[in-house]
Design a protein around this ligand. Sequence first.
Ligand SMILES: *Cc1c(COP(=O)(O)O)cnc(C)c1O
Length: 393
Amino acid sequence: MAYYKIKTLNGDIMDTVYLDNAATTPVLKEAFESMQEYFMIHYANASSAYDFSQKSRSAVDTARKQAADLIGAQKDEIYFTSGGSEADNWAIKGAADFFRNKRSKIITTPIEHHAVLNTVEFLKKYGFDVEYIPVDKNGIVDLQKAEKIIDENTAIVSIMLANNETGALQPVKEIALMAHSKGAYFHTDAVQAAGHIKIDVKDIKCDMLSVSGHKFGAPKGIGFLYKKNGIEISSLIHGGSQEKGLRAGTENVPYMVSLGTASSLASLNLQKEYTQTKNLRDFFENMVLNSVPDSVLNGSKENRLPGTSNISFLGVSGKSIVSALSSKGICVSSQSACASKSDSLSHVLKAMDLKDDVIRGAVRFTISGRNTKDELIYTAQTLGKIIKTLRSF
Ligand SMILES: *Cc1c(COP(=O)(O)O)cnc(C)c1O
């Protein structure tokens, strides 16, 4: 059923059912194999002058093209970073510095990833005012409110493409237009969307877009920022002249290669993966909603990523469900991985103005095309038993 067995705290060995693909994904075999020769054979610094480094340099070049193709960008608009968090930090801090003393407002939403939320919070120290565009009950930003909030004093508007807890897709095209009409930059965190749904930066008309490799089959610790040519931002990492002098640090050639391979595979298989994932997700979601009493779907049903299902089980805490499922080898989250260690309730569901009981009972299932129907049936059945037990206390 599963790829590997895990050892639980009490020493049992069991199959894992991994339904937390929004937290991270396994590295794809091809993505792993393609990077291997760049560790011990073609290990030269990609920026060196001798012929030995040529292979590293051309590998980076190919990877950059593959990454660009994933989002309809040009090769020279891709800047490799250490991941999604760095790309988000760079886009926003870089724009804030560029507009320093000229524009002092930063606009985002309350449902962003903490890589964005904590970055804008940090910038308040430097005199920036932060405003949040509210979301509706489906977790989608309110365009009318956006229109009122975005003004000529706005340096940058940053709104995610797809939310990591509900999968809700945001009207980024419309917001990009509003931002541009006031002369502000528009950035989108596309970390959950990239590799899973079709993205075309020319269609969105974003100035910047963040991608992380480990959310679609590349290793953790590599990602990129798309920055449209002509858009100026300050550097975040100062040092050498890598990435056109904008992001210093010796190129992580193997990981760039791996990200390139994962990007190519994603581009190639996008439609097939989308349909397969969505069918599995709908199969699972219907099974759970129909078999578990007092279970409700959170967020937009139609307008969302293919693999995400955020379901609340009333009267039970999401955290207790997560740990009960864990003891059966099933991996899910009660909120995003980065926040799940803290005690607070999901900031995303709170922003959607859901009732406390609904927020408390929320569990996020993120399914991939690699999951099987058997795994999903096992999970739904286990879930039913667990919730019955938890409700009987
Ligand atoms: C995972 C994630 C990030 C952070 O990416 P890392 O590569 O882990 O730093 C940022 N934004 C969203 C929406 C994410 O899901």
